[in-house]
Design a protein around this ligand. Structure first.
Ligand code: S3P
Ligand code: PEP
Length: 449
């Protein structure tokens, strides 16, 4: 157990119509970045709508350990008094990033070009995840890393005393790699360049520009080159965090598969580098509409409305869309089980190195619930059961993975028999109010033995 408490088994059983308004919390990716860039600016950054999930709380604690002052003023309202680029102090103890890949990788990048040493660890899930993808580009700046075999945490980073800017092409589409490099580049003189063959979420680039850094973005084919000029003085900002599309995915998908549902999910961030799931659902024939599209804090936002959609069809999800919906494949595979025909999801190898191997976790749990799933190294395919419905009745291991836990609880709301997850604890890493919010819409959960 590493989310700080005993395992909490939870079951979801077949639900009546889900109705009402789902106010989902702030975006996890934007929240991490607001705390980190706030800590690197000179003066006070004010944040509203910060996600108060454990992943983000752990990043806030890390920023405190590096010398920033992080203060909570009320629900979602935080301030960060930053120390300036290159101003991080050496932490007195190990930095525990809990369950968060984004947290540990971005913070490693942010400290790697300051002449201090820090040791990072995390829970059993995070300690199994690959870090060489970060330490390899950080070594180009002159930072050194020593970790466990296979490049795993715990790991110590010795920051570069005389950092050299890097020019790096990411081997996999990953905003965490890109962001770690850009954050390291902040304290290196000259231009740091990151090239990605497929565009990953661009919150770091957008927010760096907002804090006053010079960031140029060139489109190259399906990808981008990002050029950052190092050693800017970052100006503190007022940041309104948009609501998280990756959390919105859960009430939206639940509404599509639970008969009679009609749910509104207001104010969701629809940055095109994040919105792939919603496009895919519409391609499948989901009754999902965007209302009141607008801009808030430099990000496109809309109110989503999802209604029960009994006529969805399986599709081949375009692999080019994978980066823009990478965290949404678990819940998409649940929706696919209720559609008619096969849904193929290709180009998704990265799912194997998330909080758990998400292809294996979904395939195993869906099969236990009576759904046929095929898989290969970088793909999986779900045979939708359409009007026949999904038997359910599975007891699923969540593998310390919040998205696996939430996906199977949603499955339980629409399947014939209840679905149980062995531990709902990790849900609080990204969506602490998931159970309360889904219960208000009409879902019923039971503590399970
Ligand atoms: O940069 C980010 O905030 C994130 C990037 C993605 O990871 P990768 O960069 O490893 O694809 C995503 O899975 C994660 O939940 C959040
Ligand atoms: C993959 C995820 O997060 P992280 O990599 O930050 O642990 C996620 O939230 O689905």
């Amino acid at each position: 157990m590493s989310h700080g408490g005993p395992a909490r088994p939870l079951a979801a059983r077949k639900s009546g119509p889900l109705t009402g308004v789902a106010d989902v919390p702030g975006d996890k990716s934007v929240s991490h970045r607001a705390l980190i860039l706030g800590a690197l600016a000179v003066g006070e950054t004010k944040i509203t709508g910060l996600l108060e999930g454990q992943d983000v709380i752990d990043t806030g604690r890390a920023m405190t350990a590096f010398g920033a002052e992080v203060v909570r003023h009320g629900e979602g309202a935080w301030s960060v008094h930053g120390v300036g680029t290159g101003g991080f102090a050496e932490p007195a103890d190990v930095i525990d990033c809990g369950n968060s890949g984004t947290g540990v990788r971005l913070v490693m990048g942010a400290m790697a070009t300051t002449p201090i040493t820090a040791t990072f660890t995390g829970d059993a899930s995070l300690r199994a995840r690959p870090m060489a993808r970060i330490t390899e580009p950080l070594s180009m700046f002159g930072a050194r890393a020593v970790g466990r075999s296979g490049g795993r945490l715990p790991m110590t980073i010795v920051g570069a005393a005389d950092p050299i800017p890097a020019d790096y092409a990411t081997p996999v589409p990953s905003a965490q790699i890109k962001s770690a490099i850009l954050l390291a580049g902040l304290n290196a003189p000259g231009q740091t360049v990151v090239t990605e063959a497929e565009t990953s979420r661009d919150h770091t680039e957008r927010m760096l520009a907002g804090f006053g850094a010079s960031v140029e973005v060139e489109e190259i084919g399906a990808g981008r080159r990002v050029i950052l000029t190092g050693q800017p003085e970052l100006r503190p900002q007022t940041i309104a965090v948009p609501r998280d599309p990756s959390s919105a995915a859960f009430p939206v998908c639940a509404a599509l598969i639970v008969p009679g549902s009609n749910v509104s999910v207001p104010g969701i961030g629809l940055n095109p580098t994040r919105a792939g799931l919603f496009e895919t659902l519409r391609d499948m024939g989901a009754d999902l509409t965007y209302e009141n599209a607008r801009e808030e804090g430099g990000e496109p936002v809309a109110d989503l409305r999802a209604r029960f959609s009994p006529d969805m069809k399986g599709i081949d999800v375009p692999p080019a869309r994978a980066a823009s919906m990478i965290d949404e494949y678990p819940i998409l595979s649940v929706v696919a089980a209720f559609a008619e025909g096969r849904t193929e999801m290709r180009g998704v190898k990265e799912l194997r190195v998330k909080e758990c191997d998400r292809i294996d976790a979904m395939a195993t749990g869906l099969r236990d619930a009576g759904v046929t799933v095929e898989e290969g190294e970088d793909w999986f395919a779900v045979d939708g059961r359409g009007p026949e419905g999904v038997p359910g009745g599975a007891k699923v291991t969540a593998r310390l993975d919040h998205r696996i836990a939430m996906s199977f609880l949603i499955l339980g709301m629409a399947a014939k028999e209840a679905v149980t997850v062995d531990d709902a604890g990790p849900i609080s890493t990204s969506f602490p109010i998931f159970e309360a919010l889904m219960s208000r819409l009409g879902a019923s959960f039971e503590d399970a033995a």
